[in-house]
Write a protein that binds this ligand. Structure first.
Ligand code: PLP
Length: 250
């Protein structure tokens, strides 16, 4: 019997369940696929604070990825928190072993509470070794700024300019998330080389919810695994997160 396509989730755990692996698995499952895992870090968190971070040994991250890929028909890979430069290197090494499945990278740099989830010296590794292996990278505005070494973009022209710097660094597509901007809508911008930007609009919902970045990237990976195009995957993933935000208001 053919096995259901899997999404390999490479991410950190969050004991509160608000973000990280718990959110990723829940999302992949909601899209109707199965998840397999490579845990990159164990974090002790409440919804208010990150109390402790234990990075998993890089060779253990790589071994989990190889075992997950050997065990299952993996149709997409979602990468979240990576923690350290050595962790980034280990993940890039496994991805470089000629896999042809789409990789979605959520460049998790910090928690909402402000604690760094990626070491400062890992940003360069991520840019140099990982970006070119990814079909899609989903930075928010602060992450885009940090990855390009520039101040946060203040207007769309600036944002597109910064986005193209990352595309030149090798990312095949970027979804720049507008959740950190202000205004009545929450607009995400899909940027690809040699293509016009595509806008994805949703009404801004006045609710605080953790893990929305994890959910969006996991849902994009899951829809890509189901064979949808990049644009359809983004659109359906955004709708999924919007529905979750609406439900959390009640
Ligand atoms: N903890 C882990 C393990 C995560 O992967 C992430 C984000 O991806 C976070 C915390 C941050 O989530 P939030 O911004 O909701 O605090």
């Amino acid at each position: 019997m053919a096995m259901m396509p899997h999404v390999l989730i490479v991410a950190g755990s969050d004991s509160s369940g608000g973000a990280g692996l718990a959110r990723d698995i829940e999302t992949v499952s909601a899209v109707g696929l199965r998840a397999c895992l490579a845990v990159t870090a164990i974090t002790v968190q409440t919804h208010e604070a990150v109390e402790r971070i234990e990075p998993v040994a890089p060779e253990l991250i790589a071994a989990q990825m190889r075992a997950a890929l050997a065990a299952n028909p993996v149709a997409a890979i979602k990468i979240g928190m990576l923690g350290t430069a050595a962790g980034v290197d280990a993940v890039a090494a496994v991805l470089g072993e000629s896999r042809s499945v789409p990789v979605v990278l959520d460049p998790v740099l910090a928690s909402s509470s402000g604690r760094a989830l990626l070491a400062g010296d890992a940003v360069e590794s991520l840019r140099q070794k990982l970006l070119s292996l990814c079909a899609m990278v989903t930075p928010n505005l602060p992450e885009l700024a940090l990855l390009t070494g520039a101040p946060a973009a203040t207007d769309r022209t600036d944002l597109i300019r910064q986005g193209h710097l990352l595309l030149e660094a090798g990312a095949k597509a970027l979804l720049v998330k507008g959740g950190h901007a202000t205004g009545a809508g929450s607009t995400d911008l899909l940027l690809r080389p040699n293509a016009e930007p595509v806008c994805f609009d949703a009404p801004r919902i006045a609710v605080e919810m953790r893990g929305t970045g994890c959910m969006l990237a996991s849902a994009i990976a899951a829809y890509l695994a189901r064979g949808e195009t990049l644009e359809t995957s983004v659109s359906r993933a955004k709708r999924y997160v919007f529905t979750k935000l609406l439900a959390s208001r009640t």
